[in-house]
Ligand binder design. Structure first.
Ligand SMILES: *[C@@H]1O[C@H](CO)[C@@H](O)[C@H](O)[C@H]1NC(C)=O
Ligand SMILES: *[C@@H]1O[C@H](CO)[C@@H](O)[C@H](O)[C@H]1NC(C)=O
Ligand SMILES: *[C@@H]1O[C@H](CO)[C@@H](O)[C@H](O)[C@H]1NC(C)=O
Ligand SMILES: *[C@@H]1O[C@H](CO)[C@@H](O)[C@H](O)[C@H]1NC(C)=O
Ligand SMILES: *[C@@H]1O[C@H](CO)[C@@H](O)[C@H](O)[C@H]1NC(C)=O
Ligand SMILES: [Zn+2]
Length: 509
């Protein structure tokens, strides 16, 4: 993804009305030293004190409000949703903006609008030989088949892993390319298949499992593309290698839309603006449901911590972000960090990601961010979470820090990062049932990316615990960065590059 192109189209917008002194916290030549508000007598931020202000009651009031907002999406989607471009998402943005605006001049708020692509698959089917495929899943951001109608063709095996155009035999033209997963992104394979004249493409797994992937940034050469399980692919590969013919019918009715959407950034007017604590959650949901846990909870935890923080003074600046387009592939957070000039990047001492704070069948999960793989400081942040859960007498687990949420762009641009989560479509183990309660053998969030991710889908206890921990993380660094490593690099280690297969919730490679 190009960074220079993004920089050119960066658009920031700050209000001249509303609370006095609203200003852009970065990129503005006049904003190096925010005007200090009158020396008020607020006590210095204190972790214990701000944690005591976090209550489940207040969070649940916000959750109910968030669900009402998601219902605004019903007119277009026939069910509640806060997906980018929907009225539910616009309502969420207004709610965030208004909540911060009401806190007066404690924060400066800015809207960062950016172009985003949003894909919807309305219907799809893949028939292989004489049976309908069970595992075939249309890739995120796939185009439809021609005229949104079924297309017919022979399945044609592509050589190697389909990462070079020369891997695609001439017979691919007018037929369906059958490509092994791996080495290069799904988007590259789909593009090669399209250039070679395929009417559709299938990327089959090297493992038994299904492939839930995304093509990423649209290309005019992309063709309708499915992911297929290795299990279903095996007999087909056998036939093709025997020179037996396999015909197929592929059908995808889908649409890829380009829209403008908005990141909202709020920064304390007080505190050292050259040393910022940054944290974020994502304001959008998937199209399938209201996203109250994913990531309504992170969004609302941030709003609540931002609200309670105003009762204190801070030594270091605190910058909250509500990203848009996370579900389309981390679009908002990528846009923000890749378009930030180096001098501004270095003012961010760390970035903390808060995505899915209250899964119903939760585990207290800490991203296994280490200094060996991630920018120095990531491990110190990881240890802050460990220490806190330990002091509370709570169990925790480590989870891979592999690009599944908005921290990815920060890590790739040298900003130390980390965060906590409570689990998505992973399965709780027997051991974890003993550690956290809940039910082994089931997803941490059985409503992940579904219609039932509503108010009833949040575990209030876990939400309170994690919001207190968010408050603790903010309090600790807003008070002092003593002992926390200074910023150095502006890039990720090559190890991170190699280990990362996700970009958002979907695989891209
Ligand atoms: C920023 O975005 C919010 C939410 O969409 C909107 O309510 C507000 O008017 C916008 N402010 C400016 C200055 O554009
Ligand atoms: C700000 O207020 C605090 C607490 O009242 C006081 O100790 C401090 O001296 C004041 N600082 C300035 C610069 O007036
Ligand atoms: C923080 O606040 C708690 C009360 O909530 C108080 O007992 C404690 O002394 C405070 N700590 C500091 C360092 O001010
Ligand atoms: C955490 O990551 C490090 C590599 O940085 C690895 O050595 C360690 O095994 C990981 N721990 C867990 C529990 O995944
Ligand atoms: C932590 O996990 C252990 C089992 O490993 C369990 O016995 C204990 O009750 C758990 N603690 C809490 C607070 O759930
Ligand atoms: Zn999420």
């Amino acid at each position: 993804m190009g960074t220079t192109a993004r920089r050119v189209i960066l658009a920031l917008c700050a209000s001249s009305s509303g609370a006095a002194g609203l200003q852009i916290p970065f990129l503005s030549p006049t904003s190096q030293t925010p005007v200090q508000v009158a020396n008020d007598t607020k006590p210095l931020i204190n972790s214990t004190a701000i944690q005591e202000l976090i209550s489940g009651e207040r969070l649940m009031v916000r959750a109910k409000k968030m669900f009402e907002i998601a219902k605004l999406g019903e007119s277009e989607y026939n069910h509640p949703t806060r997906v980018i471009g929907s009225a539910g998402h616009l309502g969420t943005l207004n709610y965030i903006y208004e909540t911060i605006l009401q806190l007066g001049d404690y924060y400066t708020i800015s809207n960062q609008s950016f172009p985003a692509v949003s894909g919807n698959v309305y219907e799809s089917r893949l028939v292989l030989g004489n049976h309908v495929s069970k595992s075939a899943a249309p890739m995120g951001l796939t185009p439809p088949t021609k005229d949104k109608q079924p297309v017919h063709g022979d399945v044609v095996l592509v050589k190697n892993d389909g990462c070079a155009y020369s891997d695609y035999p001439a017979e691919v033209a007018g037929n369906i390319a059958f490509i092994l997963r791996g080495t290069c992104p799904f988007g590259t394979k789909s593009e090669h298949a399209g250039r070679a004249g395929a009417v559709a493409a299938i990327v089959y797994n090297y493992e038994k499992d299904n492939v839930q992937g995304t093509l990423g940034n649209p290309s005019p050469f992309h063709v309708a593309t499915f992911g297929l399980s290795g299990e279903e692919a095996e007999p087909i590969i056998k036939k093709l290698k025997n020179k037996d013919r396999v015909d197929a019918i592929a059908y995808i009715d889908a649409e890829v839309k380009s829209i403008l959407t908005v990141n909202i950034i709020a920064q304390t007017t007080q505190g050292d603006p050259d040393n910022c604590v940054m944290l974020g959650g994502h304001s959008d949901s998937v199209a399938e449901g209201p996203g109250i846990n994913d990531d309504g909870t992170g969004t609302m935890s941030l709003l609540e911590v931002a609200t309670q923080l105003t009762k204190f003074s801070v030594n270091n600046c605190v910058r909250f972000a509500w990203w848009a387009g996370e579900e389309e592939g981390l679009l908002g957070s990528d846009y923000y960090i890749y378009s930030l000039p180096a001098v501004e990047n270095k003012k961010i001492r760390l970035f903390m990601d808060y995505d899915m704070m209250a899964s119903p069948n939760f585990a207290y999960q800490i991203y296994n961010a280490t200094n060996a793989v991630n920018p120095t400081g990531s491990e110190e942040l990881r240890d802050l979470y460990i220490d806190w859960y330990t002091k509370q007498g709570l169990n925790y687990t480590f989870i891979p820090f592999d690009g599944r949420s908005d921290y990815d762009g920060f890590i790739r641009n040298g900003v130390p990062g980390g965060g906590i989560a409570t689990g998505a479509e992973g399965i709780k183990t027997k051991k974890e049932e003993k550690m956290f309660g809940g039910k082994a053998g089931e997803w941490y969030d059985p409503c992940y990316h579904q219609l039932c991710d509503n108010v009833g889908n949040v575990n209030e206890k876990a939400w309170v615990v994690n919001t207190k921990l968010i408050a603790h993380s903010v309090a600790t660094y807003a008070r002092s960065f003593k002992g926390f490593p200074k910023r150095s690099s502006l890039t990720a280690s090559s190890i991170y590059d190699r280990q990362t297969k996700y970009h958002g919730s979907k695989l891209f490679i």
